[in-house]
Each structure stands twice: as structure tokens, then as C-alpha cells.
Design a protein around this ligand. Structure first.
Ligand code: MTE
Length: 384
């Protein structure tokens, strides 16, 4: 495990060398370079091009990891940063932790996927004809990283969390989110104290490096297997409450609304099962040549147990070869071979089943904001 390099700014050296940021990043509010071949820029967000993961290992390199920002990436200093834990769910007064104090706590490392609940949203429209709002992600709003940090449970216990505490709400230090003239305040979302005390990390490292600015430097929450919005970046304070808390991120956004959901909407916590081919839609593949095709599957509800693939639009299916053990918070890489005969258009499908027995359906239950698209995605290719 590499030693933590300390509270330096993550890419001082690049700035010193005067490296210019590619024009593609201009206006997005994202700090890191966003080369067009690696990212699709979507407003204040950047989507990893899924096909490019074919050339990476298990973990998504920091410079290829998707970014989902409500506003812009703040460039905070670890030396000036502190975390305040406060609220009536504590035994006493607010408690402050500096960056150095957090680093001095026992460290845990966890390989976990981080995924936006809206990943795959564009397929609601293109595959199902559903009318949804929000960023039209394909399948690149997901990545897996090695997160290192302190257990949130340790911090909450040091702060004096009471057994009666029911909810814990981290809040980010990025600018307040304003939409359509409404100021919703800073990004914040409560989670049950039981989750906070279970597996949540206050991460300060990503893949062995200090968190990059865009991914929450100096410290972010990582809530494994839950919707990405639960993983608050640039965390500045955490409210601990002995009553249930709410925020617009649980009552309005990141909530399932629509005819197939309860009248007040349904809450969102654990991520669904999904799969992606590491192939651009529309890729040309030669006929009568054996191709090694690869992809990844993941699930918030347990490891991936099997992946079935179809190269004829879903008529016949066969099991893909899994290249990783399906672990709860991570993903599984897989491969299959295909020797297409006839020239012309074809569709590749991948369908995963997790260890909890959940299988990707043919059709996702629609919701107005287009979350949790878990249906099998049809990847069009052309045999030439
Ligand atoms: N935390 C803050 N403070 N501000 C944000 O905009 N976006 C959330 C979450 N945490 C967000 C945040 C959402 S919706 C997602 S999917 C993840 O961060 C994205 O993390 P990443 O940008 O590191 O990939």
C-alpha cells in the first residue's frame, strides 16, 4: 500500500509544467483534461466512453473516471479543510476533524464501483420510447476504484453518536445547486445511521493517489453499492440526527416517480444490475473472423454470478467467461468469442444475474427522471 503523500494539491506538478487543459473541458467546470476519445461531455458532467475500458485493468484510472457535478469542481486545500460532525444525534457539542486527524485514524481500503443512478438513462428513450428528463448517459457513468480512507463509523463514534441516532447527512462544500431559479442549497443527502455505521468510508485516496479535485479532494464519502449521489464529494460537515432527515436529493431528485411507483415516489438506495460491452455502438466487425468481445457487469445487490450474451439480437444466449470473482461492491469483467457469418447489421446483448438472484430484465420500469435503467442494452454493430 503506497504511503499517503500528504495534504498536497493533487496536480501541482502538472500546473507547474504549465500543461494546458484541452478545449473540450472548457465550460464544464471540471478540472481534469477530458480528451474527446475518452469522455463524452454532458453539461457539467463527463461520461467515460465505455469502449475505452477495454484497455484498462479492473480499476478505472483516475484520469478516465466519470465526473458527475451538480455545479463546478471546487479546488479546496487539505490544510484548510476540516469536517464538522454535529446534530442532536450526538451526545454533545459539534466535533471537528482536521485532514491530519482523519489520516491518523485506522485506514481501510475497499475496491468498489461508483455509479450514477441515472447511468443508462438515454436507453429509456432510445430502446423503450419513454419520455424522461436528465443527463442522457449511455453506460459510462460508472467506474471502479480502490478507495482508501477512514471508516465513517470511527468518526461518528469519536464524535459521540448516540444509539438513538437514525439518520446521518453529509454535505458537500461545492457551490449551492441552483436550477430554474430555485436555490436548493449545497448537495446533501441523508442515509440511515445503520448504513453510515456499516461500510461507508471517508475516502482521501483513489487508486493510490490523493483524491483528484474532481472526485472530492480532499475528502469524500464512499457509500458502497448505493446510488452515487450518496457518495458526497468535498464533504464539509455531517449532521447526525435522532429524527429522520430529508433533503431535495431524497424528496425531489434521486427518487422514483411515475405511474408504476407510489404516489409520493419511491426512495433510491441500492444500485441495480447492469452490463456494458466494451465496444462503441456501430463498431464494424469483419465477417468470418473470430473476435474476442469483452464487457463488464456489476450490481449493488451482491456480486455478479453469471453473464449471458447473445450475438443475434436475443434469439440464442450463451454464458460469457467471467474473468473476475463477483464481489459485492465491484464489477466483473467478462469475454466471449464471436465469429460472425453473414454481413449486415447485428445486435449484441449482455444480461447479468447477481448473487441475490436479480437478472437484468428486457424492459426497465420507467420513471420520470430516468433512473435505474437496468434492462439489457442492445449494442448495434455492423458485420462487414
Ligand atoms: N457530491 C457533491 N458535493 N456534489 C455533487 O455534485 N454528485 C454526486 C456524488 N457526490 C455530487 C456529489 C453524484 S450524483 C454522483 S453520481 C457522484 O458524486 C459522482 O462521483 P464522481 O464525480 O467522483 O464520479
Amino acid at each position: 500500500m503506497p504511503a499517503h503523500p500528504g495534504p498536497q494539491r493533487p496536480d501541482d506538478s502538472a500546473r507547474r509544467r504549465g500543461r494546458l487543459r484541452p478545449a473540450a473541458a472548457a465550460g464544464s467546470g471540471i478540472h481534469k483534461p477530458l480528451p474527446p476519445g475518452l469522455f463524452n461531455i454532458r453539461g457539467t458532467n463527463a461520461e467515460t466512453v465505455p469502449a475505452t475500458l477495454r484497455h484498462t485493468g479492473y480499476h478505472t484510472p483516475n484520469d478516465r473516471f466519470f465526473v458527475r457535478n451538480h455545479t463546478t469542481t471546487p479546488r479546496l486545500s487539505a490544510a484548510n479543510w476540516h469536517l464538522t460532525v454535529w446534530g442532536d444525534g450526538l451526545r454533545g457539542a459539534p466535533v471537528r476533524f482536521s485532514y491530519a486527524q482523519l489520516l491518523a485514524l485506522p485506514a481501510v481500503t475497499r475496491a468498489a464501483c461508483l455509479e450514477c443512478a441515472g447511468n443508462g438513462r438515454s436507453y429509456f428513450t432510445s430502446q423503450q420510447g419513454d419520455d424522461v428528463t436528465g443527463t442522457p448517459w449511455t453506460l459510462g457513468a460508472v467506474g471502479a476504484a480502490r478507495w482508501r480512507g477512514a471508516r465513517l463509523a470511527d468518526v461518528l463514534r469519536l464524535a459521540g453518536i448516540r444509539p438513538e441516532a437514525v439518520d446521518v447527512m453529509p454535505r458537500g462544500l461545492d457551490d449551492p445547486y441552483v436550477d430554474d431559479g430555485v436555490d436548493y442549497g449545497r448537495v446533501r443527502r441523508p442515509m440511515p445511521a445503520a448504513k453510515a455505521l456499516d461500510d461507508v468510508i471517508l475516502a482521501y485516496e483513489m487508486n493510490g493517489e490523493p483524491l483528484p479535485y474532481d472526485h472530492g479532494y480532499p475528502v469524500r464519502v464512499i457509500a458502497p453499492s448505493w446510488v452515487g449521489v450518496a457518495s458526497t464529494k468535498w464533504v464539509g460537515d455531517i449532521e447526525v440526527s435522532d429524527r429522520p432527515l430529508s433533503s431535495p436529493w431524497t424528496t425531489e431528485f434521486y427518487r422514483l416517480f411515475g405511474p408504476d411507483h407510489p404516489p409520493g415516489g419511491a426512495p433510491m438506495t441500492v444500485l441495480p444490475v447492469r452490463s456494458a460491452w466494451e465496444l462503441d455502438a456501430g463498431t464494424a466487425l469483419s465477417a468470418r473472423v473470430t473476435h474476442r468481445l469483452t464487457g463488464r457487469s456489476w450490481s449493488g445487490g451482491g456480486g455478479v454470478a453469471r453473464v449471458d450474451v447473445s450475438t443475434d439480437g436475443g434469439v440464442r444466449w450463451s454464458a460469457a467467461r467471467l474473468l473476475d470473482e463477483g464481489c459485492g461492491d465491484g464489477w466483473v469483467r467478462w469475454e466471449t468469442e464471436w465469429r460472425p457469418g453473414a454481413k449486415g447489421p447485428a445486435e449484441l446483448l449482455a444480461r447479468a444475474t447477481d448473487t441475490a438472484g436479480r437478472t437484468q430484465p428486457d424492459r426497465s420500469v420507467p420513471n420520470t427522471q430516468g433512473y435505474f435503467f437496468d434492462a439489457v442494452v442492445r449494442c448495434p454493430v455492423t458485420v462487414v
